[in-house]
Design a protein around this ligand. Structure first.
Ligand code: 9MG
Length: 259
């Protein structure tokens, strides 16, 4: 899963608007690099990031989704927690909802259910503005398992088919570096949900605390996650990740894999 953040600081037109051409050209690069899913988001989820209104988020992401949809059949996801943005993105042709709030916002389960789209449910302790204040757990994997159980039940009760769900430990979301590393190491303990696991650690600060070169660190972290059962890794550097994964898969298959 390649990351396409359409915030004014990433694809600025020089002012406070998004340059659609720059965003679409970045998507093309990811497609050329072998991406399977492009994750398009218009509100930063970084610690301390400012909130964005529904209209501003739609103005950022919907034209980008529509433009990419017309030129490629690659799967598109929308990284949003707002039900109105989910609905507009579904109408614009996305294939997956990626929600760091795990459909806890008003109306989100309803939109996900009526759209019929798959949904990634991510664990987060707290909320982006404050989540890195003092993350604490009595039983890290147990609490995250309970969260997944509760969210899966809420989704199923709202009419979302269980097999449309993807689970994500939420690397960096209300977690210390030690929590993040433990969760990736113990990723296998979430496999018994029998749902695909997504991990997003690309260029995050925990990686930056271990190595200066966050690209290399992210490649190593991504492979460690795949080895432990992740089915999707969310990354900035698509071509490099695809190359690293190809070597890893070739070793697993004991033959050269070209694609
Ligand atoms: C939007 N976003 C930022 N980091 C993420 C992560 O780790 N997982 C998912 N699903 N989305 C993320």
């Amino acid at each position: 899963m390649g990351i396409l953040n359409v915030t004014p600081d990433s694809f600025s037109d020089g002012g406070k608007f998004i340059d659609l051409n720059k965003a679409v050209s970045h998507a093309r690069q990811m497609v050329d690099g072998g991406v399977d899913i492009i994750d398009i988001g218009g509100e930063s989820t970084r610690p301390g990031a400012a909130r964005v209104s529904v209209d501003a988020e739609c103005d950022r992401v919907i034209p980008v989704i529509e433009a990419i949809r017309t030129e490629t059949e690659v799967a598109l996801s929308c990284d949003t927690s707002k039900s109105e943005v989910m609905q507009a993105a579904a109408t614009a042709g996305i294939d997956l909802i990626n929600d760091v709030y795990a459909l806890r916002a008003e109306g989100a389960t309803h939109v996900a259910s009526t759209s019929g789209l798959p949904v990634c449910l991510m664990h987060m302790q707290g909320e982006p503005r404050t989540m890195q204040g003092n993350p604490a757990y009595e039983n890290l994997t147990g609490e995250i398992r309970s969260f997944f159980k509760e969210r899966i039940a809420a989704c199923v009760a709202a009419g979302i088919e269980r097999d449309k769900l993807i689970l994500d430990i939420g690397f960096g979301f209300g977690k210390t570096p030690a929590h993040n590393l433990t969760l990736v190491n113990r990723l296998r303990s979430f496999l018994d949900f029998n749902l695909p696991l997504l991990v997003g650690l690309s260029r995050k600060s925990t990686i930056g605390q271990i190595v200066d070169d966050r690209l290399t660190g992210s490649l190593a972290g991504g492979l460690a996650a795949l080895e432990r059962g992740a089915r999707i890794i969310r990354v900035h550097d698509v071509a490099e990740t695809v190359a690293a994964v190809r070597v890893w898969r070739s070793i697993q298959a004991e033959r050269v894999i070209y694609e």
